[in-house]
Design a protein around this ligand. Structure first.
Ligand SMILES: [Zn+2]
Length: 287
């Protein structure tokens, strides 16, 4: 059985977006198409046959009669506000260069700030780097401390982060909260870098050799010390990240920092595919 291709919203134009998504029905139709893109399987009994459900885009299992909505078991489940608003927030956060703060979202969409903040947390939780997006090529790695210094916002103590950046303009970046120890860095690298195709440069990274033995993937990697000059892209990136984090989000806690790192880098890493960035986010929120 062939899989029918679905409609994919492309572009970053908000007028086009508003024309395409004008009602809750438009959003539910989109979610249903994403959810059952590879075909239908009942969540309860794995049956693959269905009939129409109780609502327009629902599907009811032929065997166990489970009536499933397009939002069930997705990030859109049990929303406290209209799905149309959720789509517009997802569009704004994925396509605007700097995203939006919870205060801005609250003003623009007429929701309580806490409601916006909670929904944004859901978005951030799916925005992290995925298995197939591993970095490759010449990669620079390093650490930085957020939440320290005069320009820092109100934070519950400084947080150490590890970063890896593809050393080309608009190269992909991954950043993770870490303890900053060599073992943390080794774990970070073994998870997020395509080791057969990469050369890793590390800055001021002593005592790595024992960990390298523990992580088989790192055997292929030539780990070289890097002089500061070669780390320019990394430094610019960290500066931009801090400007965004400190300038737009005046308060953040260590507990939620990874979410903000995910959000920032989701947009950064989508620079070459901004056309489909909204769909990419929706797919992650559904599956
Ligand atoms: Zn069933």
């Amino acid at each position: 059985m062939g899989v029918a291709s679905r409609y994919i919203f492309t572009g970053v134009n908000s007028i086009t977006f508003t024309q395409k998504f004008g009602t809750a029905d438009d959003c539910l139709a989109y979610l249903a198409a994403v959810k059952w893109e590879e075909g239908y399987t009942c969540r309860k009994c794995r049956c693959e046959k269905y009939i129409k459900g109780s609502k327009p885009h629902n599907r009811r299992c032929l065997r166990c009669k489970y009536d499933e909505s397009p939002t069930a078991a997705t990030s859109f489940d049990k929303l406290k506000f209209p799905i149309l608003v959720a789509f517009h927030i997802a569009f704004s956060i994925s396509t605007r260069k700097k995203g939006m703060s919870s205060i801005e979202l609250s003003e623009e969409f007429g929701l309580r700030q806490k409601t916006c903040w909670e929904f944004r947390r859901k978005l951030q939780s799916v925005m992290g780097i995925r298995e197939h997006e591993k970095l490759s090529g010449v990669i620079h790695t390093g650490t930085s401390t957020l939440g320290k210094g005069d320009d820092s916002p109100d934070v519950d103590g400084p947080a150490e982060i590890s970063l890896a950046i593809e050393n080309v303009p608009n190269g992909k970046v991954h950043a993770s909260i870490s303890g900053g120890s060599p073992i943390d860095m080794a774990l970070f690298l073994s998870n997020y870098i395509n080791h057969t195709e990469s050369t890793i440069y590390a800055n001021n990274w002593k005592g790595f050799a024992p960990e390298k033995k523990a992580f088989k993937e790192l055997d292929h990697v030539s780990l070289l010390p890097t002089k500061d000059k070669k780390h320019t892209l990394m430094h610019i990136h960290i500066k931009n990240l801090k400007n965004w984090l400190y300038g737009i989000h005046h308060h953040f806690s260590k507990e939620h920092l990874q979410g903000y790192l995910n959000e920032y880098h989701f947009r950064h890493n989508a620079k070459s595919e901004m056309d489909i960035v909204f769909d990419k986010l929706i797919v992650r929120l559904v599956k």
